[in-house]
Design a protein around this ligand. Structure first.
Ligand code: DX5
Ligand code: ZN
Length: 217
């Protein structure tokens, strides 16, 4: 699997999400940011909206749950048609059990870390995950500045995955653009979320292709 680009629709036009997703046919995934106004100070949408979006596109959905109690709510997003579901470790009560449950439902299980959350305590559970998301902004809003302080953690995560020989994907989310994606790729990320960079571009699909080309350099 090469470098994958997963545009976030957080900064797209919510009144016509189907059309917004149709503008990015080159995307490998569509990243859907679910926020509950508790885990993060912002509110987006829930499983009903996600299910409608899943029906409107052939591109697989990558749900990023920025919510409390993902142990209870995550399974609904696999049922809604998301091929990948990411929960935050800071919110999960039983992350190993939850990852296994998502996989048992047929989804790809992914776990996210906020910028100040260390990777080291989770080394022994990385094999339970199909993807690890290292946030490169504080979650909650699109359009924030990329935090360079997260790069050493991406490097350490890549080294851990390689050391254990496991194929868990390493995703970055927050402030990813043509200016920052090469730093993420060099540090070892292979899945890149980009929200404002894609949806503020005149040609979003050309931006998706440019991001992928830059990551692959
Ligand atoms: C932020 C979300 C991101 C957001 C990224 O909490 O998780 O997915 O949409 O937006 P940009 O790429 O603008 O930082
Ligand atoms: Zn996200």
């Amino acid at each position: 699997m090469g470098m994958q680009i997963t545009p976030s629709i957080l900064n797209a036009d919510f009144s016509r999400l189907g059309e917004e997703v149709a503008r990015i046919p080159s995307a490998d995934w569509v990243h859907v940011d679910v926020m509950d106004n508790h885990f993060v100070p912002n509110l987006t949408f829930g499983p009903t909206m996600v299910e409608a979006l899943a029906r409107s596109t052939d591109i697989p959905l990558d749900a990023h749950l920025m919510i409390e109690d993902p142990d209870r709510h995550a399974p609904a997003y696999v049922e809604a048609g998301c091929a990948s579901v990411t929960f935050h470790v800071e919110a999960a009560k039983a992350p190993v059990r939850l990852a296994r449950e998502i996989r048992a439902q047929g989804g790809r299980a992914s776990m996210a870390l906020k910028p100040a959350t260390p990777i080291e305590p989770y080394e022994d559970m990385l094999a339970e995950l199909d993807m690890l998301l290292i946030m490169t902004v504080e979650p909650g809003f699109g359009g924030q500045k990329f935090l360079d302080l997260c790069l050493p953690k991406i490097r350490r995560a890549r080294a851990m995955l390689d050391r254990h020989g496991i194929e868990t994907w390493l995703q970055v989310d927050g402030g990813v653009s043509l200016e920052t994606i090469d730093r993420c790729a060099e540090a070892g990320a292979d899945v890149f979320v980009a929200g404002s960079a894609v949806y503020s571009a005149d040609d979003p699909d050309a931006m998706v292709r440019a991001l992928k080309a830059t990551a692959e350099q």
